[in-house]
Design a protein around this ligand. Structure first.
Ligand code: FNR
Length: 186
């Protein structure tokens, strides 16, 4: 079984990215499980707090889940044509201490998808993640894209991904990413 840890980059109750993540859980291909993770409860990075107490429990729990997963899927909103600082803050914590970086992120297959009510589909946020993924030493997946624009119409009132074309696109993405992850399985 291939395990993909999907991390929602928004903690908003009606987050479109959390809805997209739930659709990814539902549409995982056979032989793959997509598990949901949240950045809720991860404090702002503070080097003094790290020196005094180490990595905080919520960030440590996320780190441990990343280290156990075969692949990681970032489900990213876009803020001001870039990645959300809140999401990056959580990922920054998972990169600490540097001695753990190779174990947690090194060579790990990472995919990215995202949703926005606007027209851009999080393309600029996804591009902004690339230098971060390179610095973490990950293995990014470039075999397909999911950039959901007009998210207010793609999801119904219950939060289900109702747009058939986007569902098909997500299904295809997950099949490609899961195969990529399985090929790298250590
Ligand atoms: C946004 N939003 C946004 N959307 C977009 O497509 N491009 C952008 O540059 C921005 N910029 C931006 C800045 C800030 C500070 C906020 C709060 C929002 C809109 C954003 O896509 C929208 O709020 C989404 O609903 C956020 O994702 P979740 O919370 O629905 O997952």
């Amino acid at each position: 079984m291939t395990t993909i840890l999907a991390i929602a980059g928004s903690v908003r109750a009606k987050s479109f990215n959390a809805m997209l993540l739930r659709a990814a859980v539902e549409l995982a291909p056979a032989g793959t499980v997509v598990e949901a993770a949240s950045i809720q409860d991860i404090p702002l990075y503070d080097g003094d707090a790290e020196a005094a107490h180490g990595v905080p429990p919520a960030a440590q729990a996320l780190k441990d889940r990343i280290a156990r997963a075969d692949g990681v899927l970032l489900v990213t909103p876009e803020y001001n044509n870039s990645l959300p600082g809140t999401f990056k803050n959580a990922i920054d914590w998972t990169s600490r201490p540097p001695a753990d970086l190779a174990r947690v992120w090194g060579g790990r297959p990472v995919g990215m998808i995202g949703a926005t009510p606007g027209p851009g589909g999080t393309g600029m946020a996804q591009a902004a993640w690339l230098p971060v993924l390179r610095t973490l030493g990950t293995l990014p997946f470039f075999g397909a894209r999911v950039q959901v624009s007009g998210a207010g119409k793609a999801f119904d009132d219950t939060g289900r991904l109702a747009d058939a074309a986007v569902r098909a696109q997500l299904e295809k993405y997950l099949a490609g990413f899961a195969a990529f992850v399985a090929r790298q399985a250590r």
